[in-house]
Design a binder for this molecule. Structure first.
Ligand code: HEM
Length: 522
């Protein structure tokens, strides 16, 4: 969900904040060359500046920074560099990339508090084009304005409130049990007897199974030794859509008739919706059978959506696939980084292990409520998301009115790029920002960080709808894994860095030793 830098780039890139794309830009101080265009505006007693007074990054500087300074794969790191050079606020003016970039926690808070009634990240034409072509309803990512608001009101129920997620505890735990079985199997197959290779891939399978089991209320076999053909086709379709999303975003529309990419992109989406539609149809048939035989209709998310009467089937088809897509790379990569960070920090891992074993005696599986007695566990995930925010850059389009941010007045329809990575690595907000220090999040009397310093799930009414589900999955899985295994790095892998591929992914395959712990308690 990498929210794009700007409206136009969002349009081109589609998967806004999971798929940001670009390329950061080359910037130049614009004050020198555009000062003449700068106009002061009065706001009460203070004089406001305009965007013409801001430093400006143009295409060549952007390309230079990307290609020659080596930030092509790490545009999140580029945020740190740009913050150093251009300060807390600057303008990007590089072809399709237009907007105002924010790298200070104070300005970020100010903007988000002034967000509009129907917040907008920028339009997602690439996604909506597919929906229009196939006559599919828009989902939470693609819908805008009042229609989006109404859609979210329905989707939020049974998902967004902390207590909502509790009802999915058993479903999630069943998936974790199968994941743990798979971990045992992979260890056994490994040359050392405890190594899990290519953990990214394994966690992807875990996350997809987890979110699918919540949304479709059925298991889809991602954790079986042989993935069912239909599920594999679905996984391939997701990969295909994301792969060609990039091609179609970058190529001009006229190439669509001559190059194969557009068709492959559309085929990818079709595969995703084919699978989603089948799952939804099966659920509808099951509900109908129960209704026909006067049985009570009970179930979790999909049953609620279908039977609430607040959404048509067409809307359900449109929304469920978008929600599902948002729930895979996000949790799987965060889990990966959490396990990796713990493997490199035996002291933090020991603190976590002690906390988990104190709450969970014997072989007991944690309940969703019990996670509330594990503050360090929650802090590990928060700190992981601070260091590796899934969405390192988000955006907001302030469409309806002018807005004052800091000492600047911006016209309506201004897009703001929210550089979360730069902010969550700012040493004024988080001392020793590069260090993994889960304890900074504990509520034990210490001064807590500025809440806007790290907002990995976004802020306001457009924030992540799956936050509680994601946290539930990650907390329960991490607690159970740490209870059973000690994570140790694989020395052959070496240091792992983050690459920016719509989310922050490891730059190489990550293997970890899952060393089984001695059972000491009854
Ligand atoms: C570590 C896990 C996750 C992180 C860090 C994350 C982060 C985010 C962020 C930053 C946004 C944008 C918020 C904004 O613009 O203010 C978002 C939106 C969204 N997320 Fe998540 N997410 C995660 C997991 C999930 C899961 C598991 C689901 C599905 C159950 C999900 C569904 C969505 C949807 C549908 C939106 C779009 C909401 C809208 O535009 O109305 N996310 N997420």
């Amino acid at each position: 969900m990498a929210v794009s830098f700007a409206l136009s780039s969002a349009e081109r890139l589609g998967w806004c904040f999971l798929r940001p794309t670009t390329a950061a830009t080359g910037f130049r101080r614009a004050a020198g060359n555009s000062a003449a265009a700068s106009v002061s505006v009065q706001d009460g007693h203070r004089k406001l500046k305009t965007e013409a007074d801001l430093p400006e990054i143009k295409i060549f500087t952007m390309l230079y920074q990307m290609l020659f300074k080596g930030y092509l794969n790490s545009v999140h790191e580029l945020q740190l560099y740009q913050k150093q050079v251009y300060g807390p606020l600057w303008k990007i003016n590089a072809g399709n990339l237009q907007g105002i970039s924010i790298t200070s926690v104070e300005l970020l808070e100010e903007l988000l508090r002034k967000d509009e009634k129907y917040p907008c990240r920028g339009y997602m034409t690439l996604w909506t084009e597919h929906r229009d072509l196939r006559g599919i309803s828009y989902g939470p990512f693609t819908e805008e304005g009042e229609k989006w608001y109404k859609l979210r009101a329905v989707l939020n129920k049974r998902m967004l409130h902390p207590k909502d997620s509790l009802q999915y505890g058993d479903v999630v735990n069943a998936v974790i049990t199968d994941f743990i079985k798979r971990i045992y199997y992979l260890r056994e197959m490994s040359p050392t007897g405890d190594l899990v290779s290519n953990l990214t891939n394994e966690l992807y399978r875990f996350s997809l199974e987890g979110i699918a089991s919540i949304l479709f209320e059925t298991r889809i076999g991602c954790l079986e030794k042989e993935i069912p053909a239909e599920t594999q086709e679905f996984i391939n379709s997701i990969a295909q859509m994301f792969t060609y999303n990039m091609h179609v975003a970058l190529l001009p529309n006229w190439t669509r008739n001559y190059l194969p990419f557009w068709q492959k992109y559309i085929d990818g989406w079709d595969g995703i919706f084919k699978f989603g539609t089948k799952m939804i149809n099966l659920k509808m048939e099951a509900i109908q059978t129960r209704l026909d035989t006067n049985q009570e209709v009970a179930g979790e998310y999909l049953t609620y959506l279908l039977s609430s009467g607040k959404m048509s089937c067409k809307d359900v088809y449109g929304s469920v696939s978008e929600v599902l897509l948002a729930g895979v790379d996000t949790t799987s990569n965060t889990m990966l980084w959490a396990l990796y960070l713990l493997s490199k920090d035996p002291a933090a891992q020991e603190t976590l292990h002690q906390e988990v074993t104190k709450v969970l005696k014997g072989d007991r599986i944690p309940t969703a409520e019990e996670v509330n007695s594990m503050p360090f566990l929650k802090a590990v995930i928060k700190e992981t998301l601070r260091l590796y925010p899934v969405v390192p850059v988000n955006s907001r389009l302030i469409a309806e009115s002018e807005v004052i941010i800091g000492e600047y007045l911006f016209p309506k329809k201004t897009t703001f790029n929210l550089f979360h990575y730069a902010i969550s690595h700012d040493e004024k907000v988080f001392p020793e920002p590069q260090k993994f220090k889960p304890e900074r999040w504990l509520r034990d009397g210490r001064t807590r960080p500025n809440p806007f310093g790290s907002i990995p799930f976004g802020f306001g009414v457009r924030a992540c709808v799956g936050r509680r589900i994601a946290e539930l999955e990650m907390h329960l899985a991490l607690a159970r894994l740490i209870k059973l295994f000690e994570m140790r790095p694989d020395p052959t892998v070496g240091e792992v860095k983050a690459n920016f591929r719509s989310v922050l992914v490891p730059n190489k395959k990550v293997n970890l030793h899952f060393v089984e712990r001695q059972k000491t308690e009854t």
